[in-house]
Design a protein around this ligand. Structure first.
Ligand SMILES: Nc1ncnc2c1ncn2[C@@H]1O[C@H](COP(=O)(O)OP(=O)(O)OP(=O)(O)O)[C@@H](O)[C@H]1O
Ligand SMILES: [Mg+2]
Length: 466
């Protein structure tokens, strides 16, 4: 009350604090350490009385922490003036250690900021502060200092860390909370296609940006109605999400695409990514499955979103990360269940061994609400595939017998067959423009692929098992 009035007593106390803080910044040899002065002079608090509130994130969030901090400082009306810490051991010491050693022994000095480069898109990157500090204010105007630090696996530090230094804990907490809000608002991952991964090197968790594929419906050859059904369940629910929710319907959905290898499950997923241009897509597979909870949390944060889990049968068998008999598949199913029904999150699972999943899925119903078989193409489908994958070629061959001869084969078999025929055409008639595939080319290519010596190739292209 009446805080605008000049209060002599308060002023004296404040002055005393500043004097004391400065005195504290003077090390035993009587020199003021500019680093210590810059921090504690700004905070106007004794170094021993400062409160530190620290928040940690997996290092793949570093870019978002940077964005949150930048937005926060901008909101306070100033451009961030980052400063750094100089001193050989700075990476190995925590902030408390750095400041104590700077203050007491002059080990560290005011220096330049350390930067790291991080991706912000499939082919865009930016610099983030790897170790640096910035003086700013709390939402209530009290002085605070922010310290941002990226992971440094050399010192066993896997996380990105933000520390708020302030005189009062409530002040520091309020600043941290506001920064976290701004992180969500400025999240670099929103609307992107992301792959979660684990690097071989030290097992670091990674998030990489993938370009969003853009396929037309004509590029996906499936029996009538199949693609429509899939689109209705994904794009359709997304489009009418608000009305469905208002009508008390849940919008979270789980879709399982199953079928032989090479029939177009991944292809369909890629098509859907293009049909949902604003949607965040998170692709997770293999050993990155241990990050499923982080992926699900990110999906919830960045709605509308799709979580793609390819080849779920593989994780269904993998118990390596869960010796307690709680296989990764159950972690996935739990993560799917953990997201509220009103979340615009789609789980898109693919497998070529639906049978191996059935019991697990039946035991935990409600996660997958639509299972769609992606079948091998029928004669009409195969003819459409020949047409699709011979777009850049002139085909003089009579396709009817070839379509008949490829009964039971997959789309990827036909795609490969045409490439081989084209290669044969190019080698036999190098001058011909455009490349012209005739009967002989196709018959030779088919013979090659059906040759018993190509048994493994056929299996790889999804040939029916004998
Ligand atoms: N239905 C299809 N329509 C058009 N092209 C297809 C179709 N299916 C497959 N292809 C082509 O074959 C390639 C391989 O198919 P895809 O990777 O989608 O198979 P998959 O079903 O995911 O197999 P897997 O079970 O081995 O993962 C695709 O990139 C695409 O070029
Ligand atoms: Mg696939």
């Amino acid at each position: 009350m009446g805080s605008e009035r000049f209060d002599a007593g308060e002023f004296a106390a404040e002055l005393q604090r500043i004097v004391k803080a400065t005195a504290d910044a003077v090390s035993t040899d009587g020199q003021v350490n500019p680093l210590v002065e810059k921090i504690f002079g700004h905070l106007a608090v004794e170094p021993t009385a400062v409160t530190m509130v620290t928040a940690d994130w997996p290092n793949w969030e570093h870019v978002n922490v940077q964005r949150g901090v930048d937005a926060y400082v901008a909101e306070r009306g100033s451009a961030p003036e980052w400063f750094g810490i100089a001193g050989a051991q700075r990476s190995g010491d925590d902030l408390m250690g750095l400041l104590t050693h700077a203050r007491r022994h002059g080990f560290y000095e005011l220096g330049t900021v350390d930067y790291a480069t991080v991706a912000i898109g499939p082919d865009k990157s930016t610099e983030v502060v790897k170790l640096g500090l910035v003086n700013t204010a709390a939402p209530d105007g009290a002085p605070i200092v922010l310290c941002l630090r990226g992971a440094d696996p050399r010192y066993g530090n896997q996380n990105c860390q933000l520390t708020v230094l302030a005189a009062e804990r409530v002040t520091a907490t309020a600043a941290r909370e506001r920064i976290e809000e701004l992180m969500v608002e400025h999240d670099v991952y929103r609307g992107q296609v992301l792959a979660f991964g684990v690097s071989e090197h030290r097992g670091n968790e990674l998030v990489t940006f993938l370009p969003r594929p853009h396929l037309g419906a004509a590029d996906v050859v499936l029996p009538d109605g199949v693609l429509d059904l899939i689109e209705r369940h994904t794009v359709g629910i997304a489009t009418h999400g608000a009305r469905l929710r208002a009508a008390g319907q849940h919008v979270k959905r789980g879709l399982l695409l199953h079928g032989a290898p090479g029939t177009g499950k991944t292809h369909t997923v890629r098509y859907l990514m293009g049909r949902l241009p604003e949607t965040t897509v998170i692709v997770i597979s293999g050993s990155a499955m241990r990050m499923i909870n982080a992926a699900a949390a990110l999906a919830r944060r960045l709605q509308p979103s799709v979580v793609v889990v390819e080849d779920v049968d593989l994780i269904a068998k993998d118990r390596s990360y869960s010796p307690a008999g709680n296989p990764l598949l159950f972690s996935l199913l739990d993560a799917m269940d953990g997201i509220g029904g009103d979340a615009d999150v789609t789980f898109l699972l693919t497998t070529n061994r639906a049978g191996e999943l059935e019991t697990a899925l039946a035991d935990r119903p409600g996660r997958v609400d639509l299972a769609v078989e992606i079948p091998r193409p029928d004669a009409r489908g195969r003819a459409a595939l020949f047409a699709l994958y011979s777009k850049g070629l002139t085909v003089t061959a009579d396709l009817e017998p070839i379509v008949a001869a490829t009964a039971g084969q997959t789309a990827s078999f036909i795609k490969e067959l045409l490439r081989r025929a084209a290669l044969r055409a190019i080698t036999t008639c190098p001058e011909q423009q455009p490349v012209t595939v005739d009967d002989a080319d196709l018959i030779a290519a088919l013979g090659e692929m059906n040759d018993s010596a190509s048994g493994l190739t056929r299996t790889l292209l999804g040939a029916p098992q004998d």
